[in-house]
Structures are given as structure tokens and as C-alpha cells.
Design a protein around this ligand. Sequence first.
Ligand code: PLP
Length: 307
Amino acid sequence: MDSTSPIIYVVEPYGGSIRRHNPALPLIYWDDAAVTRGDGVFETLLIRDGHPANLQRHVDRFQASARLLELPDLNIGDWIDATRQAVEEWAGLTDDDAKCVWTYTRGRESTGRPSAWVTLSPIGEKVLRQRLKGVKVMTSPRGFTIDTSLPGVDEATEGGSPEPAPWLTVGAKTLNYAANMAALRYARSQGFDDVIYVDPRTGRVLEGATSTVITVRGDKRIRTPVPGGEVLPGTTQAALFEYANAHGWRCKAKDMTVQRLLDAESVWLVSSVRGAARVTEINGHRLPAPANEKAVRELIDAALGAE
Ligand code: PLP
């Protein structure tokens, strides 16, 4: 195997066994809910210096996502063992960072058994480039917010659920990312690298297509939109806030508008594998590099290294 092949471990959901899977062979059956319905949850972790960064936060969110989708309880110890075995193999090949993905699906329709596996693979060129060069973003409504103030919503739900579509599991990291990927494809077709979702009712900034938005001000202040609801609680943002607060920065979760992003000294998209990508343009408005760009990067890197 060369260093560009993924390392795959299958996690038996009930038996408790972990087995290495040959990446050249198929893994999923035709009737797996991941394939037929996009029904399952996942986590993406950074592997750095021979260990998974920010592990406990990923564990917590993975378990919470599975619970929100009413998937069977995870035997998390097996996932951690599988990850550690894969990381050990990886470390024998290269010192490079890697991307680790945990996938847990509702499984085969014919057996009702969930499917579960861990992959470790190299980090793509595009991600490495965006870490260094930053990203140009466009803003957009997400497109599926339920506006409870719209006429007709009350009639549509009368006698049924007390709130519209309570089953929409925003807050879980589900496999259902096709809309996010479509938004990214559209953004690229228009010359952007990424998208920041904005609530069209309030003008409130939500999150990136696959990242959390943060702003930094020179006087050591960091801010992020309030997580929860339509904003996936990010593990990178949480690690950054904990570390930065302990090192003399003042961090706050408080909602913000696009104008506030434009007025910030720097804006960043943070996520597990890409780490921190500085936003260099929003809707064509340039955001010049701040004087403390290096310090911010070092802070985020240090936060991800701190367990
Ligand atoms: N928001 C969304 C929609 C995401 O998909 C992600 C990560 O994939 C994040 C935020 C950032 O989360 P994390 O820092 O845990 O990677």
C-alpha cells in the first residue's frame, strides 16, 4: 500500500470486533440506507502528530448525532480502537496530517444492521492550499429554513405537530450533505471557494457550508455565531474558544450580520481538517490580511494540538 491509499477499518456494530478492510474491495451493500437515503451520521477528524485531534468533542458530537437520528447506541470504545489502529498504520508510512472519517449508517434494509467504518486518507491539495491562501466566499440563504411566520404555516400544521417539521435534525452531523455540496459547486462556478449561509429573515450569519465562522479583532476578541439550531456546534470552534480563553483572549458566541463580517479585522472559516482558512473576500469585497494573521493561525493550531 502506498501513502495515498486510504486505511479502512470496519467496526462491527454489535459483535464488537474491528477488522481491516482492503480498500480495493467494496464495503457497502446495494440496500444500505447510506446509499439509498443518505441516512446516517459521520464525523471528520484531523490526525496530527500520531493522534486524533480534539477527540472527546468528536466523540460527544458523534454520539449526539446518532441519538438524534435514533440509531442504535454506539460502542464508542471500538471506534476509538479502530482509529488508533489506523493511525498507527498511518504513522508507519508518513508524518503528514491525515483526514479520518467515522461513518455510521442505518444499515441494510434487508438485515436492519447498521454499517460502521473508519477511514484514514491523505489531506487533499485544495484543503492544503486554502489553509495557506485563504478563501473567497459568497453569502447565501441556506434554502430550507422553515419560516414559521409565513402565512399558511399554521394551517399546514393545524392538528398535527405543534411546530413545523420537528424531525428535521439540524444539529446532527448527518450524511445528508448533498445540498451543501451543491452550494459549493455553485459557488465555485461563480469564482468563489466557499459559501457562508445567512438567515434571510434576520440577516444573521449562520455557518460555512462545512465550517464554523469566526471573527477576530486585534484587541484579542474572537466571536462566533451562537451555535445550536441551524448552526452545527463546531468542535474546532469549541477547542479554539477554550484554549484562547485560557490564553488571554476574550471569546464570545454572539450573532452577527454580514456587515459585521466586513467590518471585522479578520474572518475565518474553521473546521477539523482544513483548520483555519482566512476569508480573503466576501461577495467581491476584499478583506485585507490583518497584522496578527500569524498569531491567529498559531493560536488555532495550538488549540487543536491541546487535548
Ligand atoms: N458546520 C458544518 C455545516 C460542518 O459541516 C462542519 C464540519 O464539517 C462544521 C460546521 C465545523 O465543524 P468541526 O469544527 O467540528 O469540523
